[in-house]
Ligand binder design. Structure first.
Ligand code: NIG
Ligand code: FE
Length: 407
């Protein structure tokens, strides 16, 4: 498989291509070929239809292996200090996520550890987690701030996120999550904290080029829809897209509020109402479902899958990798959980970590399907059937990852 890895242009032959671009289930092309020129897909189709101009390009047989778009993880908190294994044990003894948060544990304990850590230490801690995702064919990773909760520490987290994109061959999309939790120094002054985040921290970080999108946590233990809207007003003025942690533990009308700002996505959504579904459909927001958090918190209320489908809301899945509610670094397991816990079909699960993950990041024109003109970010699997990606548990069939035509 190594022969043409570093060619600026080449043709991959004898591939089963799950294009995710319509037509057959999975957009499957059984006996396919794909031409790569520079970073992009120059041609894709049935091998027997390969145009003459590609016949003298260097070529390589994939021997019937399955090719999918490289995976997209559109929701992660992968940069953080410390660990929450003690809290996990408390929860096993019966304490709830909400109780631990109210007692000053939870997100706040990660904030203390993240503030205390150097940039280098945060990077070193995050890289093994990133590498686990890369080993399963990841091409694009969204990384949120939100454990700093002051100007310097939020900047530090976002700089680490950018550095991850420099020291590894993947695309990193950064998200400012200043409105994640109330830090202890603002106890009893949530509105003042929101003003500080909206008026000082967000504009400063955006000016440094550290922010690709803006997120918040809308919940009883975090911020109200009205408070989040004040942050979103500033995001809008800065021309930054928004997204929201919405309806994870209770219905706060967050998804509808986010939809009114044209949100790229609303995420979690276990307690989403019919009105929330309708608002998301109207705005074109993606539903980012996070089965890792659902599983790890032993949630029993399912997100309203049938209503989301009926309304035509696109479904994405993501790891939500974070130390408190989803210490998960496998998108393959995330897909399996999407099927087993949420009864999504294997085809929905694959689309959810490729095409719809890309849409949730506003990158649907560039990545997420195998189509001419899109980036050649590919995952090659030692499998023939795309459903096997969702079906197996704890098994990694990745043969090779190609990023921007390289690899
Ligand atoms: O997506 N819901 C809020 N934020 C994270 C959890 C963060 C934490 O517990 O550290 C989530 O689940
Ligand atoms: Fe999250």
């Amino acid at each position: 498989l190594a022969s043409t890895q570093n060619q600026a242009h080449r043709v991959l032959t004898r591939a089963r291509l799950a294009t995710l671009a319509g037509g057959a289930p999975y957009g499957l092309i059984e006996e396919g070929a794909l031409a790569i020129e520079g970073e992009r897909i120059a041609w894709i189709g049935e091998e027997k239809a390969l145009p003459e101009r590609y016949l003298d390009w260097p070529s390589e047989s994939l021997e019937g292996r399955l090719v999918t778009p490289a995976l997209v993880d559109c929701h992660s908190h992968i940069v953080y200090g410390g660990s929450r294994d003690k809290e996990f044990e408390l929860r096993l003894e019966g304490a709830s996520y909400e109780e631990i948060a109210r007692a000053g544990g939870g997100i706040r304990s990660t904030v203390a550890a993240t503030r205390a850590a150097s940039e280098d230490a945060l990077l070193a801690a995050a890289l093994p987690r990133v590498d686990a995702l890369l080993a399963e064919g990841l091409g694009t990773l969204e990384i949120k701030s939100g454990y700093g909760l002051d100007l310097e520490s939020e900047a530090k987290m976002l700089r680490v996120a950018r550095r991850i994109g420099e020291v590894r061959s993947l695309r990193v999309v950064t998200t400012f999550l200043g409105a994640h939790a109330l830090p202890p120094e603002y106890e009893g002054r949530a509105d003042a904290y929101i003003d500080f985040m909206a008026e000082e921290v967000l504009p400063a970080l955006a000016a440094e080029g550290l922010v690709d999108a803006v997120d918040a946590f809308c919940e009883k233990i975090a911020f109200s829809a009205g408070q989040v809207a004040r942050v979103f007003e500033v995001a809008k003025a800065l021309n930054l897209p928004v997204k929201l942690h919405a309806e994870q533990l209770s219905d706060q009308g967050g998804a509808a509020m986010a939809a009114s700002f044209g949100a790229l996505s609303s995420d979690h959504l276990e307690y989403l109402s019919e009105a929330g579904v309708a608002a998301m459909a109207k705005a074109g927001s993606v539903a980012v479902l996070l089965p890792g958090a659902f599983y790890f918190l032993r949630e029993t209320k399912l997100p309203p899958l049938a209503a989301l489908r009926a309304a035509g809301v696109p479904l994405a899945l993501a790891s939500d990798c974070n130390p408190g509610s989803s210490p998960l670094t496998s998108l393959l397991l995330t897909m399996n959980m999407g099927a087993t816990l949420f009864r999504m079909t294997p085809e929905e699960c694959l689309a959810a970590v490729t095409r719809e993950g890309a849409r949730a990041l506003g990158l649907e024109r560039d990545i997420g399907t195998l189509e001419v003109g899109k980036r050649a970010d590919l995952a090659v699997w030692d499998l023939a059937e795309p459903a096997e990606l969702t079906y197996r548990m704890g098994f990694n069939p990745l043969a090779r990852r190609i990023f921007g035509g390289k690899g």
